[in-house]
Design a protein around this ligand. Structure first.
Ligand code: ATP
Ligand code: MG
Length: 420
């Protein structure tokens, strides 16, 4: 026997039982985003490598070690997208959607990062992302955050997530802070792990994001970015928190919240949960006013975020919210031969919203009834020889104590029209 080929590590199949939860999540997200007037943009999965290097930043984990990069047959360097913002900005600029305009966009799809696979962290994972362009006030920052808060509400997840907020300030404020942080950390270099030492040279703000408990303790007394904010960023942040306060959205200001991508400034935020272990961030984003210009466009203010779909699905499962999502058939057609298949289609035509599963493959009546029961269907529709001869069907209730009845096929729709 030849060796079986398996899926690539960290790249998952999503089986029907789980995909029902995915669809439920996606449907709610689309509904909520649609109600805020956001339009969907569909983007390629592959882009020129240069796009990600220039946007995400050369000295970030993603660009340094996580990208799936390859040469195509034309010898051009291409990369499977590790995130969606870069491609979205590229597309919006390419189609002249940015200059002097306001855009509210969203996208969804797979992203690829060569990370160590574990619960909530995969090599192919999915994001639903939102990007807004052309608005510089804190009101749009508030809008996207309120939109996510409403999303958790619609999903029943509000009590499972909390909001963390920070401001990264202007480039200048960050540079001043960066120098302060470096000297603080330099003085304690012997207590830093290898990862943080590397970041200290290349991207010191990322040390703040260290998951190492010792490093976190060391950072307790480190200078705080909040104390270095420029007036504009401070005002922006106060404006944002005022709106959130008014809306009754609670948040925690976390001065150590930085993002793994270089393009953020001013507002950054994360929605986190304690239910998923260390992969607790389910949604993350912020403001990136400099990015469009960095890609050759005119300076355009922008705010966005991305949600991790796998982590949200895990959270829905952990919170016990998937039970009612998995759809079970309404009807299970018991019978054999072509009549049953044709009859099932007649039922579908008569009751357009009903889920009708037909027993295929024959077998004894008793065995078919067991399958009907196991399917979770509410009702078995039995179409045996007698029924066929009389153009009738026997209705047997599987989940409630009710007498079975035999009615004409023509009557079926009226009889069940109240069902859905
Ligand atoms: P983390 O700190 O967990 O690595 P990140 O800062 O790299 O996250 P972003 O680039 O901001 O994440 O991506 C937004 C969201 O996408 C994350 O909050 C998370 O929910 C999800 N995500 C990121 N990387 C992965 C991954 N490898 N597998 C599954 N989900 C992911
Ligand atoms: Mg990461």
């Amino acid at each position: 026997m030849s060796k079986k080929i398996q899926a690539i590590r960290g790249m998952n199949d999503i089986l029907p039982e789980q995909s029902a939860t995915w669809r439920h999540l996606e449907a709610i997200v689309k509904d909520v985003l649609g109600r805020y007037g956001y339009g969907e943009i569909r983007l390629p999965i592959v882009e020129y490598t240069e796009l990600f290097k220039r946007t995400i930043g050369e000295v970030t984990d993603i660009v340094e070690k996580e990208m799936y990069t390859f040469k195509d047959r034309n010898d051009e360097s291409l990369t499977l997208r590790p995130e969606g913002t870069a491609g979205c900005v590229r597309a919006a600029e390419e189609h002249g959607m940015l200059y002097n305009q306001i855009q509210r966009l969203w996208y969804t799809g797979p992203m690829f990062r060569y990370e160590k696979p574990q619960k909530g962290r995969y090599r192919q994972f999915h994001q639903i992302g939102v990007e807004t362009f052309g608005l510089q006030g804190p009101d749009i920052d508030a809008e996207v955050i309120l939109m996510t808060a409403n999303l958790w509400k619609a999903l029943g997840l509000s009590s499972h997530v909390t909001l963390q907020l920070n401001s990264l300030g202007s480039n200048e404020a960050r540079a001043t802070y960066r120098a302060e942080l470096v000297s603080y950390l330099e003085a304690r270099k012997d207590q830093l792990d290898e990862d943080s030492l590397r970041r200290l040279d290349s991207n010191p703000l990322r040390v703040l994001d260290s998951k190492n408990v010792k490093t976190q303790a060391l950072l307790e007394d480190a200078p705080s970015l909040m104390d270095f904010l420029d007036d504009d960023s401070r005002e922006h942040f106060t404006g944002l928190t005022a709106i959130l306060d008014n809306a009754g959205v609670t948040y925690e200001i976390n001065p150590r919240l930085v993002r793994g991508l270089d393009y953020y400034g001013k507002t950054v935020f994360e929605w986190v949960t304690t239910s998923l272990g260390s992969q607790g961030t389910v949604c993350a984003g912020g403001r990136y006013d400099g990015l469009v210009e960095q890609l050759g466009g005119k300076a355009t203010p922008a705010v966005g975020f991305a949600m991790g779909v796998e982590r949200l699905v895990l959270l829905l499962e952990t919170a016990g919210l998937t039970e009612q999502i998995n759809s079970k058939p309404d009807f299970y057609v018991v019978g054999s031969g072509p009549e049953a298949v044709l009859f099932a289609d007649q039922v579908r035509a008569a009751l357009p919203r009903a889920v009708v599963q037909c027993h295929c493959g024959g077998g004894k009546f008793k065995k078919q009834m067991k399958k009907a029961n196991d399917s979770g269907a509410l009702v078995a529709l039995i179409i045996g020889e007698d029924e066929i001869a009389n153009e009738q069907v026997t209705v047997k209730y599987l989940r409630e104590q009710r007498d079975q009845i035999t009615i004409s096929v023509a009557e079926l729709a009226t009889y069940f029209s109240a069902l859905k």
